[in-house]
Design a protein around this ligand. Structure first.
Ligand code: HEM
Length: 206
């Protein structure tokens, strides 16, 4: 699901940049042609709508699995202030070794939650712009078509910002990248039953 999502995101980002370039949100800011999927807005929109199915269906499986098994809650919560300060301090001192790759630190948890919310926002604002007549109520809730566009563009910027950090960190801690390719170590979903305390050492017979 991770790699399907990566492929779908790549299509959505680069085709989105193709759509953007036809009628820019930020005056004077364009994406170069070699970064855009599609020659101009119409083919870019076609790529965008094709990628949308992959993204949305894969996302449904991901959330269905994550919620049903409790994986999402177990891996992303709780976030403790103490852990957050500890991780930030370690990172500022370039201590980013990640011994147990089956548990996330507080910063990872926050970043993953932010990017998941951004992806959900992309789907909601995207559907609003795709069917603005049928989903007029949603467009109204988002503050109108142009406002939905700006939220959509901001969501893309959050996701691209996340990707830059995410890819850089996975290169710095390659064991995570390897695990993501091979399936990685088994993740324990349920807490193990408490281990009995070690038995006291018996006095040696002299
Ligand atoms: C189900 C998911 C999605 C749907 C239905 C959707 C739909 C749309 C539509 C209809 C437009 C054209 C808006 C217009 O006419 O101006 C658009 C633009 C765009 N989309 Fe998406 N989108 C989705 C997901 C994404 C994702 C995941 C990204 C990137 C991470 C993305 C990035 C963009 C960008 C950059 C634009 C151009 C913004 C603009 O100038 O209007 N979209 N999208």
């Amino acid at each position: 699901m991770h790699w399907t999502n990566a492929a779908a995101m790549l299509v959505m980002i680069t085709s989105g940049w193709g759509i953007y370039d036809d009628d820019v949100v930020i005056e004077g800011f364009h994406f170069p042609q070699y970064l855009r999927l599609g020659d101009w807005a119409a083919p870019s929109l076609n790529f965008h709508f094709a990628g949308m199915w992959l993204l949305a269906i894969n996302g449904l499986f991901y959330f269905g699995y994550g919620l049903f098994t409790g994986r999402l809650r177990e891996r992303l919560l709780p976030i403790r202030l103490h852990d957050l300060i500890h991780t930030i301090n370690d990172t500022l001192h370039f201590r980013i070794a990640h011994e147990d790759i089956t548990t996330y630190n507080a910063v990872q948890k926050i970043l993953y939650i932010v990017v998941i919310l951004a992806a959900i926002s992309q789907v909601v604002t995207g559907f609003a712009m795709w069917k603005p007549v049928q989903l007029a109520g949603l467009v109204w809730l988002l503050g109108g078509f142009q406002s939905a566009r700006i939220i959509h563009f901001t969501g893309m910027s959050v996701i691209v910002g996340f990707l830059v950090v995410h890819v850089a960190l996975s290169v710095l801690v390659p064991s995570t990248l390897w695990a993501m390719l091979t399936g990685g170590p088994r993740v324990r979903l349920r807490p193990a039953s408490p281990t009995p305390p070690p038995s006291p050492e018996l006095p040696r017979a002299s």
